[in-house]
Write a protein that binds this ligand. Structure first.
Ligand SMILES: *Cc1c(COP(=O)(O)O)cnc(C)c1O
Length: 456
């Protein structure tokens, strides 16, 4: 590899001179410097200083099968030699997106059988927004175009993604969001549940906030509701079991399409192919990306329900939308192999029946009693740790405690992420019970060190 001719310091200097990074304070980065991750194997990533870090984030929620699966490299090389690129425009197709689309229909909820490819979650959410609005135009209801989303939602970082999302800091830099998108409360029980309210009641109340917004706007003006089954980048906010069935009822009752963003939850993370199946809901669109290829190639797929796809086919007229790399043959070949590995190695069943429940109890046993832990929660292979100064009142430190824990975690050999005062985890599905135990020991150590710093 060409980079081996460079020292870590050289790579860092070149990076500082030329590379602008995503979601970064560049002044801060230039001072702190970058960590150069240069290789990975199984559950671990390695930096150029030789440090081994257990990757509890699976890259960015995507490396579900783990690192170093040569089968994916081999199919990519084979496909590149045979047909490195061709487009799917002008009545052409290529074999791998065709076969991948059939595979996705097979594993998706039964009412979902078609898909539209892109290269990122953000792109596919743009497709989803256009498609949903186009659907209502084709139905003769062009005014039915408001989308209801939620606070703390993350739907990507293009103008469409940021507009659909509910991150106030991102909205602050938009200088003009996509119009007709409204945001309501999210089902974040740790902060929003009232005293004496049950989880069930809270879930219903949070869902009814969507209904209230629909009624306020007039159902004849509302196209769709969009939500991540579990809010990921917003802090692994897991809704009570009552939430999604109530959302489904509300969407049906008011004839509103249900858009799920399964970019994180898709492809096994919740112990089913899709969270829609874990939660028993029937979406009209499902945005998927990340673990579709386990991150080995950039690829996204917007899965589309029969209800929506059939209107496109029956009414006709060109849908003026698509990307050069939509259905890229190499990315689709890699996705097919990735899904085959997930299936053959029974990774989803293992998360559902063995390691997911084990992670849930390990978080409780190893971390819940820690003086700065207010709550641990998980669903499948998504986990969160709430950091508090006072367990009884749930008061926060209000001191960047997430960053303090994160830095100690990385120094202790555990890649965890902080969202405000919440630590989050999204491990590869191939983690064993032993890997979970190792993660818990390193997390405990990071919490101890952070607690020492924060209470000094
Ligand atoms: C990551 C993410 C996206 C955006 O995907 P990109 O590939 O980064 O554009 C959208 N929605 C959710 C839920 C995500 O986690």
């Amino acid at each position: 590899m060409a980079y081996r001719n460079f020292s870590t310091a050289q790579l860092q200097a070149i990076d500082a001179a030329h590379h602008l990074h995503p979601f970064t304070d560049h002044k801060d980065l230039r001072q702190a410097g970058t960590r150069v991750i240069s290789r990975a194997q199984g559950a671990f990533v390695y930096d150029t200083d030789g440090n081994e870090i257990l990757d509890a984030m699976a890259g960015l929620w995507c490396v579900n099968i783990g690192y170093g699966r040569d089968e994916l490299a081999e199919v990519a090389a084979e496909q590149m030699k045979e047909l490195p690129y061709y487009n799917n425009f002008f009545r052409c197709t290529t074999p791998t997106p065709t076969l991948l689309a059939r595979k996705l229909a097979e594993i998706a909820p039964t009412n979902v059988n078609q898909c539209f490819f892109g290269s990122s979650g953000s792109e596919s959410n743009d497709t989803a927004l256009r498609l949903v609005r186009h659907y209502w135009v084709l139905q003769g209801k062009p005014d039915k175009n408001i989308i209801i989303s939620r606070n703390w939602a993350y739907h990507g970082s293009t103008i469409t993604g940021a507009s659909l999302g509910g991150m106030s800091a991102m909205h602050g830099q938009l200088n003009g969001a996509v119009p007709n998108i409204r945001h309501v409360m999210c089902p974040y029980a740790f902060e929003l549940k009232h005293e004496g309210e049950s989880d069930h009641e809270f879930g219903i109340r949070a869902a009814r906030a969507v209904e209230e917004e629909i009624l306020k706007a007039g159902p004849e003006n509302v196209a769709a509701f969009i939500g991540e089954p579990i809010q990921g980048a917003g802090g692994v906010k897991i809704p009570p079991a009552s939430y999604w069935p109530e959302i489904q009822r509300i969407c049906r009752e008011h004839d509103i399409l249900l858009m799920l963003d399964e970019v994180i939850t898709g492809y096994g993370r919740t112990g089913a192919w899709f969270a829609a199946q874990s939660m028993g809901i029937e979406p009209d669109t499902m945005t998927t990306a990340k673990a579709l290829t386990s991150g080995y190639q950039p690829l996204s797929a917007l899965l589309v329900s029969d209800r929506v796809a059939e209107v496109l086919q029956e009414k006709g007229g060109e849908f003026y939308h698509g990307y050069t790399y939509a259905g890229h043959p190499v990315a689709c070949a890699v996705a097919l192999k990735n899904l085959e590995i997930i299936e053959k190695e029974r990774m989803i069943e293992t998360v559902r029946d063995v390691t997911g429940p084990y992670l849930a109890s390990a978080l409780k046993d190893a971390l819940a009693d820690h003086p700065m832990v207010g709550e641990v929660r998980s669903f499948g292979f998504l986990g969160a740790i709430e950091l508090v100064k006072d367990k009884a009142t749930r008061a926060r430190f209000n001191r960047d405690e997430g960053m303090v824990v994160r830095d100690h975690a990385i120094a202790s050999g555990l890649m965890m992420r902080a969202v405000g005062s919440t630590m989050i985890m999204s491990p590869p599905l191939m983690w064993t019970k032993d890997t979970i135990d190792l993660a818990m020991r390193r997390a405990r150590k990071a919490l101890d060190l952070a607690y020492r710093d924060l209470t000094a």
